[in-house]
Design a protein around this ligand. Structure first.
Ligand SMILES: *[C@@H]1O[C@H](CO)[C@@H](O)[C@H](O)[C@H]1NC(C)=O
Ligand SMILES: *[C@@H]1O[C@H](CO)[C@@H](O)[C@H](O)[C@H]1NC(C)=O
Ligand SMILES: *[C@@H]1O[C@H](CO)[C@@H](O)[C@H](O)[C@H]1NC(C)=O
Ligand SMILES: *[C@@H]1O[C@H](CO)[C@@H](O)[C@H](O)[C@H]1NC(C)=O
Ligand SMILES: *[C@@H]1O[C@H](CO)[C@@H](O)[C@H](O)[C@H]1NC(C)=O
Ligand SMILES: *[C@@H]1O[C@H](CO)[C@@H](O)[C@H](O)[C@H]1NC(C)=O
Ligand SMILES: *[C@@H]1O[C@H](CO)[C@@H](O)[C@H](O)[C@H]1NC(C)=O
Ligand SMILES: *[C@@H]1O[C@H](CO)[C@@H](O)[C@H](O)[C@H]1NC(C)=O
Ligand SMILES: *[C@@H]1O[C@H](CO)[C@@H](O)[C@H](O)[C@H]1NC(C)=O
Ligand SMILES: *[C@@H]1O[C@H](CO)[C@@H](O)[C@H](O)[C@H]1NC(C)=O
Ligand SMILES: *[C@@H]1O[C@H](CO)[C@@H](O)[C@H](O)[C@H]1NC(C)=O
Ligand SMILES: *[C@@H]1O[C@H](CO)[C@@H](O)[C@H](O)[C@H]1NC(C)=O
Ligand SMILES: [Cu+2]
Length: 807
């Protein structure tokens, strides 16, 4: 493979890293040490002096100090014991007639999910703000109720925890949903094994044609070399369940190129109801011709002049391993960051609580939505109660039924189960620290080790500088990142939350992995042709987020400040002047709460507290700045999503915070698109959002038009979207002036003696210490899949059952 010696593991090197002079090392009684102690004193014990160097000369690059969160994390998951107790109770005492998942068939009731029910904000605030005790813990349980002709997915609450024989109950979970159906939504996927067999039976009727076209068959057999899959969600017109599927080639090598290999033959089925005798085959589609019957298709196929279209076949073009001419010097080691001292942040692993500089927050993690941040404070003052992903939509379009019919709502698959272990040195710097995540599946808890990372990063640009004829002032831009990656099928979404010294917070999502491509026939208006028989299928990614701001308390208002062109007359001039000025408006009602960003970026969107003006009478607040390209859905009134589309139609939304509206989306919304579990449009019912506890919902996303550069994979460098929240008139000045990581260099002083005078501000600088370079090449053979804890039966002394690759 690669010839460069650098491409193998780096040899152990010991290098002396010269840090700044040791002369101004902070003494233990220096003012900044007292400041550090007092800031953390409320919530942690800082152990010992901040030594940066061991006696043997090695840098002390130890991880975060042992540390205790100020409060319990009420958003963290269930413990293993809690989940096991809930599971056992449900099997033995609930009367729900559950069957062990590993033994269940399509007509058995099973447990899909046992996790913490995120408590109501109303119940949490007295706890995190004051002396109240933590709210009761309840388990949120999702059931697959299939032992019936009318299968449903049912959300229930079980509790309060801990489970006991006397007080434990279960109730339908209905309050967070706009659909009032006792927490149930129909399950159109109850017979997934039988419908797959049904489709393979249809496929068998044209095995001769698939063998002739592609030398393959899709028969639900081990020797299959083709697969058939299609639209999601299924069409739900007129009470029918209609499915379109397409043939796809299997990748011929171990790399996962399946979504690049469409074959352009489609068929349609009616899969309404649970009785296979009522399911129908409804036609073939090939090369822009629809054939209502197999006979018609077969007759056409074997007739003179029938055009057989080429196949998409995996090859080097679809593999991600290195290929092509390497660039000069590319094999040599690139620069890498090292951490020459102990971590400058603290993590309570048990409480999933983090403090970095003046920021602090708790982390929650759910099966549906993955990582979420709660109670984000800056300088001890809450800025956001919650900041979390709600749903990720990928809405396609095309002249064929498959592309036209696809609008993935990815929480159906879940961001939690696919948040895999991160790769040190690639996903996060080698010096990052990590947190495990867990999720429930089939009476087991799976743990993905090291699936959230934290690290500080010194940006490639300073956050401030200024030069004059005599000095230059310059401030480092050191920021803090929390990151997870979820690989939902073909796509890899990288979610980052970044915290900056100016008090700003950045939310980004990046996309890599394989595109879902289209067969090229007839799709010229829906994408570029990117390979022999391949279209790069246009689609919109729209990721809906919740940002529950609490600016100096819960009573907040969304303000719009717009640059508007105007013609003004001033007393100092005898004719009007064309100029511009500001228009400040407040969003006072939910009726005005669905917002498109101003096309020219002339409007600033800001959450303010009008009861808390600063000393100039301006309102303190945080601005929402779409900074990396965001989007909303292009398609109007999507037929794929119908009433499930509403969280994706605008850029920004503001609603009144309600315990009954904690989320914008439900993972099973696609099961009933005309009457989804959560119809977000119903949140907008005219309530006041002026000095109320308000929630901002915003969309990140990309209008993705894949091109040849998306082969084999889309790249994070260009597929990204982000928003920043920045203090605006919130502090009296730029809060980043407080950092010690700055310098002023006076280079034009009379008595300088030929040397510039360097003014530092107390950034701790240490003498030389040696960095063990092997930390830059971690042993990646330690990478593991997930660790599984069986919940039923549960043996706390023997919790680990097995380790396998996935979920
Ligand atoms: C130096 O000492 C530290 C602390 O005892 C130890 O962790 C480290 O491995 C040592 N480094 C070397 C190169 O021996
Ligand atoms: C459920 O099935 C698994 C796998 O067959 C088995 O290990 C476990 O003991 C079963 N649980 C119960 C309670 O029967
Ligand atoms: C319990 O479920 C089984 C299938 O797992 C079904 O055959 C049976 O009728 C159900 N019993 C009750 C009381 O609903
Ligand atoms: C918490 O309790 C202490 C002592 O009982 C009391 O002084 C304080 O006012 C209480 N704080 C709140 C926010 O209720
Ligand atoms: C789990 O159940 C056992 C047995 O009922 C009980 O003793 C224990 O307190 C429970 N623990 C938790 C955390 O629910
Ligand atoms: C719960 O009840 C069952 C019988 O219904 C009994 O065997 C068990 O000991 C009880 N558990 C507790 C913790 O009371
Ligand atoms: C598939 O075909 C087999 C063999 O003809 C038949 O036994 C089975 O019922 C069919 N399955 C479905 C779901 O139609
Ligand atoms: C067709 O596929 C079979 C096995 O799947 C393989 O042995 C054979 O070589 C293939 N024929 C052609 C012409 O590719
Ligand atoms: C797979 O096996 C079935 C049954 O033996 C056969 O009909 C079919 O042609 C085979 N498919 C391929 C691709 O060889
Ligand atoms: C992460 O999970 C692994 C495996 O269960 C465990 O050994 C490790 O201690 C966990 N890490 C933390 C920080 O809890
Ligand atoms: C200011 O903005 C509001 C809301 O967008 C609008 O109704 C009003 O016409 C604007 N005023 C001016 C002077 O542009
Ligand atoms: C949360 O608030 C809703 C609305 O007030 C209420 O119906 C529900 O019972 C509360 N949930 C819990 C777990 O207390
Ligand atoms: Cu895409």
């Amino acid at each position: 493979m690669a010839r460069s010696p650098w491409s193998t593991k780096l040899p152990y090197l010991s290098l002396f890293v010269l840090l700044l002079s040791s002369s101004c090392l902070a003494a233990p009684n220096s003012p900044w040490m007292r400041e550090a102690r007092s800031r953390l004193a409320k919530s942690s014990q800082l152990s010992g002096p901040l030594s940066k160097r061991y006696a043997n000369g090695s840098c002390d690059a130890s991880g975060p100090v042992d540390f205790k969160a100020p409060k319990d994390n009420v958003w963290s998951g269930l413990t293993d014991i809690e989940a096991a107790n809930v599971t056992r109770w449900l099997f033995l005492h609930s009367g729900l007639n559950l069957t062990n998942s590993s033994k269940a068939g399509e007509w058995d009731n099973t447990l899909l999910l046992v996790e913490l029910n995120i408590p109501n904000k109303t119940d949490v605030l007295p706890y995190i703000n004051g002396n109240a005790s933590a709210p009761d813990r309840w388990a949120h349980v999702t059931l697959n109720m299939r032992a019936t002709d009318e299968p449903v997915i049912a959300d229930i609450l079980v509790g309060p925890l801990p489970i006991d024989n006397v007080t434990t109950t279960w109730v339908p979970l209905e309050y967070p949903y706009t659909k009032k159906s006792s927490g149930t939504i129909r399950n159109l996927d109850a017979d997934s094994d039988t419908t797959a067999e049904f489709r393979c039976n249809i496929s068998a009727t044209i095995s001769d044609i698939t063998l002739d076209l592609w030398n393959g068959t899709a028969l639900c057999m081990d020797n299959d070399t083709l697969s058939i899959w299609g639209i999601d969600p299924v069409w739900q017109y007129d009470g029918k369940v209609t499915r379109w599927v397409q043939y796809w080639n299997y990748p011929t090598e171990e790399l996962d190129a399946g979504t690049l290999l469409p074959l352009g033959l489609y068929f349609k089925t009616d899969e309404t109801g649970r009785d296979p005798a009522n399911w129908k085959f409804e036609g073939w589609y090939y090369n822009s011709v629809f054939y209502e019957t197999t006979e018609a298709f077969r007759e056409a196929y074997y007739s003179e002049g029938f055009e057989k279209l080429p196949a998409n076949i995996a090859g080097d073009w679809s593999g991600t391993d290195r290929q092509g001419e390497a660039s000069p010097m590319d094999g040599m080691p690139p620069p890498q960051g090292v951490k020459p001292g102990p971590a400058r942040y603290s993590v309570d692993q048990e409480a999933k609580y983090v403090e970095w500089m003046d920021f602090s927050f708790y982390i929650g993690f759910t099966r549906d939505r993955g990582m979420a941040l709660y109670d984000i404070k800056h300088k001890g003052q809450r800025v956001l109660y919650e900041l979390s992903l709600q749903e990720a939509l990928a809405h396609y379009a095309g002249s064929d039924q498959h592309q036209s019919g696809v609008a993935y709502l990815d929480t159906f698959y879940g961001f939690g189960p696919y948040a895999f272990e991160l790769v040190p040195g690639y996903d996060c710097p080698t010096y990052a620290s990590y947190m495990n995540t867990s999720f429930y599946v089939d009476e087991e808890t799976h743990t993905h080790i090291n699936s959230i990372c934290f690290f500080e990063f010194d940006a490639d640009y300073p956050m401030q500088r200024h030069s004059t004829g005599s000095y230059v002032a310059n401030t480092k831009n050191v920021y803090f990142v929390v990151r997870s990656v979820s690989t939902v099928g073909n796509y890899d979404y990288m979610f980052s939350y970044e915290f900056y010294m100016d008090g700003s917070i950045k939310v980004t999502v990046r996309a890599s992995g394989y595109i879902q491509s289209a067969y090229f026939a007839g799709n010229e208006d829906y994408g570029y042709q990117i390979h022999d028989a391949l279209s790069g299928s246009m689609h919109d990614h729209v990721l809906n987020y919740k940002a529950d701001f609490d600016i100096l308390g819960e009573a907040n208002t969304l303000q719009l400040t717009t640059f508007v062109p105007t013609t003004e007359t001033y007393p100092w001039h005898d004719r009007p002047r064309n100029t511009m000025k500001l228009n400040r408006t407040l969003i006072t009602s939910e009726d005005a709460g669905q917002i498109f960003y101003d096309g020219n970026g002339a409007t600033q969107y800001r959450v303010i507290n009008t009861d808390k003006p600063n000393k100039y009478g301006e309102y303190r607040g945080y601005r929402i700045l779409p900074s990396e390209g965001t989007c909303h859905l292009t398609v109007q009134d999507s037929n794929n999503l119908e009433e499930a589309v509403h969280p994706f139609t605008h850029d920004l939304y503001v609603t009144k915070q309600k315990d009954t509206e904690p989320r914008s989306c439900h993972p099973y919304n696609g099961m009933d698109v005309y009457d989804p579990m959560i119809d977000f449009s119903k949140f907008f019912d005219g309530e006041s959002v002026e000095q109320e506890d308000i929630v901002v919902w915003f969309n990140l996303g990309m209008h993705h038009l894949p091109h040849t550069g998306d082969l084999p994979n889309t790249v994070f460098t260009t597929a990204h979207s982000g928003v920043q929240f920045m203090p605006l008139n919130y502090y009296e000045g730029d809060i980043s002036r407080q950092t010690r990581q700055m310098v002023r260099i006076n280079y034009d002083e009379d008595d300088k003696g030929g040397k510039a005078v360097v003014k530092t501000f107390g950034a701790e600088s240490v003498a030389e210490c040696s960095v063990d370079m092997s930390v830059l090449s971690p042993d990646l053979s330690g990478y593991v899949g997930d660790v599984i804890v069986r919940k039923f039966p549960f043996d706390p002394n023997e919790p680990w059952e097995e380790t396998d690759g996935c979920c």
